[in-house]
Design a protein. Structure first.
Length: 442
């Protein structure tokens, strides 16, 4: 049984640094590929639709793998599943790098008024496979979030998730910048992909040698009482090691009060983000005529500002305001940034970056913190896996929709993303009441 004292133990605190480092390395690799992927797709004959399909391949397979890996981490331990996930990422980058040396062989040509004109080539197919492999083993974020919740008291949860988000955003700071610098050489995308491969090796070694093992934990009976103490996992539960082959049932995650509601918010946030993450790189490359370096700098600037917001700024705000209030305010500011992009003015686009950094920097750690509280101690891996799966499903739809919408609507696509985020703001007002009830019960 895990008690509050065990959560504050030196061994638990020792795990935080490698956990943050793993998160940083994971987003560093993603930040690298985000910067040059749209240019790589167009070089190999693809268009906005192919870019959306390729970008959605990772979350599509993550949608399948994340809940399974999250559940396994509840049973068999966090470290084993993190290592398995990292090895999958490492293999995927090896395949991705190999694709860059394959001759560009045309497999199919399409001319369509709805889908546009594009050529499907052999390197693109191999890259699709690499992204699929990375996705199916890509439960590392959900498992890392569950691991962090295991180590953290409720009082420190917002702070530690803020620090986790800082580590994540630092990856987005250095990833695009590294890709922009390395991608301008005569070797093109080979150097950025090679860098991502080396980074994955480092991540694997950190998990093996620096991350302590976190044993699995399960309970003999699933919670049916929806009292606030059961929901937040504050009652004492005896843990046991399940017999071989025994698994936690997915349906029991939804017996936790407010978890389905939080998964809906999770879904909508990812949907709005991924419409943006498909449409904006295409908009930057085609309409603004940005280079990979310029796009990398833009994303790096956003992430650097976000890391600052999620560090000292969020710490001050969290001391004065409830998490639900910060979610509402942050979401509203985040929605405004999408509207600032629509005119296509360079100054407004960089002002939008400020709004993005502050809005998302305040909102997202609070979403993660509240979700972990609703999950309780025993179901962290399962709930985080479902959350990642909900995010993956939204990413699939958002990335595909972003490519199609931008083909038809151009910058009006960002208006749709804004409307989705504003709907999250409206739905988040319910969290204010939930937090008030929780304060009274505690």
């Amino acid at each position: 049984m895990m008690t509050l004292s065990s959560r504050n133990s030196p061994a638990s605190q020792k795990a935080l640094f490698p956990l943050y480092t793993i998160t940083f390395i994971g987003t560093l690799g993603f930040g690298i590929v985000l910067t040059f992927l749209v240019f790589l797709v167009t070089d190999y004959g693809g268009n906005a639709l192919i870019y959306g399909l390729l970008a959605s391949t990772y979350p599509a397979f993550q949608f399948i793998g994340a809940p399974v890996l999250g559940r396994w981490s509840d049973i068999y331990g966090r470290k084993k599943v993190l290592l398995f996930s990292q090895l999958g990422t490492l293999a995927a980058w090896i395949i991705f790098l190999a694709a860059l040396f394959i001759p560009v062989t045309t497999l199919m040509q399409i001319e369509s008024g709805l889908l546009g004109s594009f050529t499907l080539t052999l390197p693109l197919v191999v890259i699709f496979f690499a992204r699929a492999l990375d996705g199916i083993t890509g439960g590392n974020v959900s498992v890392a979030n569950a691991y962090l919740a295991d180590l953290t008291t409720e009082e420190d949860r917002n702070k530690n998730y803020g620090q986790m988000s800082v580590a994540s955003n630092l990856g987005y700071v250095f990833g695009p910048a590294l890709a922009g610098i390395l991608g301008t050489t005569v070797y093109g995308e080979i150097l950025p992909v090679s860098a991502a491969l080396v980074i994955s090796v480092i991540g694997t070694l950190i998990i093996i040698f620096l991350l302590p093992e976190k044993p699995g934990c399960a309970i003999e009976e699933y919670p049916v009482d929806k009292s606030i103490t059961k929901v937040l996992g504050q009652e004492h539960k005896e843990c046991y090691t399940p017999e071989s082959g025994e698994k936690l049932a997915f349906r029991n995650v939804f017996m936790l009060e407010n978890v389905p509601y939080m998964l809906m918010l999770y879904f909508l946030i990812f949907l709005g983000f991924n419409i943006y993450y498909t449409a904006f790189p295409i908009f930057a490359a085609v309409a603004l005529e940005w280079s990979p370096a310029a796009l990398g700098i833009y994303f790096s600037v956003i992430s650097a500002m976000m890391a600052f917001v999620q560090g000292p700024v969020l710490a001050r705000l969290a001391a004065r305001y409830k998490e639900s209030i910060l979610i509402v305010i942050g979401g509203f500011i985040l929605g405004l940034q999408f509207l600032l992009i629509i005119p296509g003015n360079s100054y407004m686009i960089y002002l939008a970056a400020v709004f993005f950094a502050f809005g998302n920097g305040v909102m997202w750690p609070c979403i993660l913190s509240i979700l972990s509280k609703f999950a309780g101690n025993v179901y962290q891996g399962s709930v985080q896996g479902f959350a990642m799966s909900a995010g993956s499903l939204a990413s699939i739809l958002g990335l595909l929709a972003g490519g199609l919408l931008y083909t038809q609507l151009k910058t009006s696509t960002f208006l749709i993303a804004a409307m989705i985020i504003f709907s999250v703001v409206v739905l988040s007002f319910r969290l204010i009441g939930i937090e008030k009830s929780r304060t009274k019960d505690t």
